[in-house]
Design a protein around this ligand. Structure first.
Ligand code: NDP
Ligand code: 7N6
Length: 309
């Protein structure tokens, strides 16, 4: 049934102002209130960024995560308590696609090096063979859902050769060849860029480790906009320190924020972004659109969209 009171957990403030989001839902039926974890008892539904075990003991029927990746939520416990969980997949294809293109363009056109040199007022042209065009460079996109397709279509538009990986290897627009995960090594072996866009699951945790870095070209770049633990971070550090691969563009990490003493911070061949690939000024509206649709569905007795549990 449709909620009477919809809580907006204060943790959404990490991504957009809770007040702006609350006001954007003023056209909906429930009372919309900004709440901390201590006040959620008054709500029957909750929109949140963070997860807290106390959500399980409140009187919630429905939790909406403002992230696509809901790996931090305990699916079995939610199921036991009959709390529905919905996620925010479907809205990040353009922004994460653009961020990924930005990382690939930076490496290909050496923009990150020029920016670092600028900080020291240094005029330094690249070696003749440092820069290359993305046109005709290849990218293997691992995971071909919203993010993966957002990356693949933009890469194809710049003239890149695009391949990809997913469990159901059906054709995808803009992707020349789709491989199943069992053929991951073959899929990544020829790619100048390997871009990760899979959810974090038991199957994808540690999917890229030493063996995969060995399978990659030595001039390849890894782009991770998925989740940190999809990559074995110690193997990644070894690969970029030994220049076993050419470099990495990383938005997500095993531990976030990335600890100050991480060797990844100081390396010229690594670009670190602070889990910011999806940040955009209209993020709150994109989330409000999903929440508004699900409020309509609950009112009409229909099943929820983006339902995970
Ligand atoms: P989708 O569900 O739309 O896509 C997931 C894709 O991964 C599907 O193509 C799926 O295909 C594939 N996949 C799932 N399991 C495997 C596997 N074991 N091996 C290979 N492919 C697999 O999700 P989104 O694209 O919306 O988001 C993906 C993830 O990216 C999120 O879960 C989140 O963790 C992360 N993310 C990060 C953001 C950031 O800010 N950096 C922003 C948004 C998302 P199939 O089922 O056929 O295998
Ligand atoms: C907030 C991060 C997701 O899974 O982590 C991302 O959707 C989004 C902008």
């Amino acid at each position: 049934h449709a909620p009477e009171t919809l809580g907006v957990h204060e943790s959404v403030g990490d991504v957009f102002p809770a007040t702006v989001f609350r006001d954007s839902l003023s056209d909906t039926d429930p009372t919309v209130r900004i709440v901390g974890t201590d006040d959620i008892d008054a709500c029957d539904a909750l929109v949140t960024f963070a997860y807290d075990d106390r959500f399980l003991d409140a009187d919630l029927d429905w939790i909406h995560s403002i992230q696509a990746g809901v790996d931090r939520f305990p699916f079995d416990d939610l199921r036991k308590r009959e709390i529905a969980l919905t996620n925010s997949t479907g809205i990040h294809g353009d922004v994460v696609g653009e961020t990924t293109m930005g990382l690939m363009l930076a490496f290909a056109r050496r923009l990150h090096v020029h920016r670092s040199n600028q900080e020291r007022s240094e005029w330094r042209q690249p070696a003749w063979d440092d820069a290359f065009p993305l046109r005709r460079a290849s990218v293997c996109v691992v995971g071909l859902g919203t993010l993966g397709q957002g990356i693949a279509t933009r890469a194809a538009a710049l003239g890149m050769d695009v391949t990809g990986v997913k469990r159901t290897p059906t054709p995808v627009d803009g992707v020349d060849e789709v491989y199943p995960p069992e053929r991951l090594h073959e899929a990544i072996a020829d790619a100048r860029f390997v871009a990760l866009a899979v959810p974090l699951t038991d199957d994808t945790e540690g999917m890229i480790g030493a063996a995969e870095f060995d399978a990659m070209r030595d001039d390849a770049y890894l782009i991770n906009v998925a989740r940190g633990p999809v990559v074995e971070q110690s193997a990644l550090v070894d690969a970029v320190e030994s220049e076993r691969i050419a470099g990495a563009g990383l938005d997500v990490f095993e531990t976030e924020p990335l600890p100050e003493d991480s060797p990844l911070w100081g390396r010229e061949n690594v670009i670190v972004t602070p889990h910011a690939a999806a940040f955009t000024d209209d993020y709150y509206e994109r989330i409000a659109t999903i929440v508004r649709e699900n409020l309509r569905r609950l009112g009409a007795g229909e099943s929820l969209t983006n339902r995970v549990v």
